[in-house]
Design a protein around this ligand. Structure first.
Ligand code: C5P
Length: 422
């Protein structure tokens, strides 16, 4: 029988562990559990013991427990160690190699492969310290699952931080068990698994994203704007950060919050956006998701233009704004390796996107149909086509977060391929 050692950390997602234990046992997998002190505030050792049908270990220096099965035996007898939910604190202590409680002592003593399912508030997940710890852990060979985007337990909170779902965990655990022991007893910490440990796919990359509308002043109180919400661009920045990239987001005026773990430059006009983009270079990937105003008022009034009784309305002379996507894609020096544009079209979406791709010199265009009734502007869902030099992919109807994740994983693969062929 394969044995999983499940280390339950202290988070609200700990309740999902009861279901996880049941699902694993249904599949003939033995589950022994270690609970941190904080975990016991969320679920009781009694419940975990009853469902796992094993004594639950909670104390490092528990004389009774040490005589029955000491922490070294717990560590040795596992085919796989799973940490779920892994809190920010537990990740930090793992990354540092602490061993001051049973959970961390076992993690340090084990030679079995290790799967970690983080769960925490999105701000904590996005914090550079947590991201640094995660990078360290992946370098150490620890595998990661999640966290997923979605609603949080705290009312009104959403973002990346939800623990992976039980079904996802079961699938991954079975796959890891099938792959066998990564670290054989007696071989120290030499990894003998054939599959390399999962590394964050955008680690070491700089991703630059533009998002939102621009506001082009007419005078000191009025401006030209558009209906872009910034949701798609911000989701892309967030996904890139979660996949390990350093991210610069240049955002026009939007209502959505700054994504966690991302350096955000707030701008108003197309000119300011271009300057901020150029200042952020070099970048490996640039994604121009902003709905930049095509024109600005040639001579914006300084004060408020007055309405005079009987006088004709003012005439606004417009001049063209810089095209940021075209400028980035056309750079002779310092061009990002992958330049991605968006095309919001209302008809013949793909041919227009293909034409736009070549006209602007972009590598990829993400084309979406923004015709009335589709609710793309301001909505949470998007159905896009990815247009590259050689193919057109129709993606299914997805949330903007899913489009973002898929796009950034695609970009990571593209960069890897480019590196392999360099
Ligand atoms: O507005 P248009 O359809 O040309 O936008 C296509 C792409 O070009 C989008 O990715 C948009 O962000 C980018 N763009 C830009 N600067 C502009 C106009 C568009 O970066 N001035």
């Amino acid at each position: 029988m394969k044995r999983v050692l499940l280390i339950i950390g202290g988070g609200i997602a700990a309740y999902k562990c009861l279901d996880l234990i049941r699902r694993l046992r249904e599949r003939g997998i033995g589950v022994r559990c270690v609970m941190t002190k904080a975990a016991q505030a969320f679920v009781t050792p009694l419940a975990v013991g009853a469902i796992s049908n094993e004594r639950v270990a909670t104390e490092l220096l528990d004389l009774e427990g040490e005589r029955e099965i000491g922490h070294i035996r717990l560590a040795r007898e596992a085919d796989l160690v799973v940490v779920a939910p892994a809190t920010a604190d537990l990740l930090a202590r793992m990354a540092q190699g602490h061993a001051d409680d049973l959970a961390t002592a076992v993690l340090l003593a084990t030679r079995a492969p290790c799967l970690v399912a983080p769960a925490m508030n999105p701000a904590m997940w996005g914090h550079p310290a947590t991201q640094r710890n995660v990078r360290q852990l992946t370098r150490d060979g620890v595998e990661l699952i999640g966290p997923n985007a979605g609603e949080m337990a705290e009312a009104g909170e959403a973002g990346v931080g939800r623990m992976a779902e039980v079904a996802e965990l079961v699938e991954r655990i079975e796959a890891m068990l099938a792959r066998g022991r990564g670290r054989e007893p007696g071989l120290g910490f030499i990894t003998v698994a054939s599959a390399p440990p999962e590394r964050l796919p955008l680690a070491g990359r700089h991703v630059l994203v533009t998002s939102g509308p621009t506001h082009e002043p007419i005078d000191s109180v009025r401006y030209i704007a558009n209906r872009s919400s910034g949701k798609q661009g911000h989701a892309i920045a967030e996904a890139a950060a979660r996949l390990g990239a350093r991210v610069t987001l240049v955002s026009g005026p939007v209502q959505v919050a700054d994504p966690e773990g991302v350096a955000v430059q707030h701008v108003e006009t197309a000119d300011e956006m271009l300057a901020a983009v150029e200042a952020a270079l070099p970048a490996d990937v640039a994604v121009c998701a902003a709905a930049v105003a095509d024109w600005r008022v040639a001579a914006a009034g300084r004060g408020k233009i007055k309405k005079a009784a009987g006088a004709a309305p003012p005439t606004l002379a417009l001049v063209e704004n810089p095209d940021i996507l075209r400028a980035l894609a056309g750079r002779k020096r310092g061009r990002p390796a992958l330049v991605v544009g968006f095309a919001a079209e209302t008809e013949t979406v793909v041919p227009h996107a293909q034409a736009k791709r070549t006209a602007k010199g972009a590598d990829w265009i993400v084309a979406n149909d923004v015709s009335e009734g589709r609710g793309v502007f301001g909505g949470d869902r998007n159905r896009v086509h990815l247009v590259t030099a050689t193919e057109v992919e129709a993606w299914p109807d997805l949330t903007k977060a899913e489009v973002a994740e898929r796009l950034m994983r695609r970009a990571a693969r593209w960069l890897e391929d480019a590196r392999a062929h360099a």
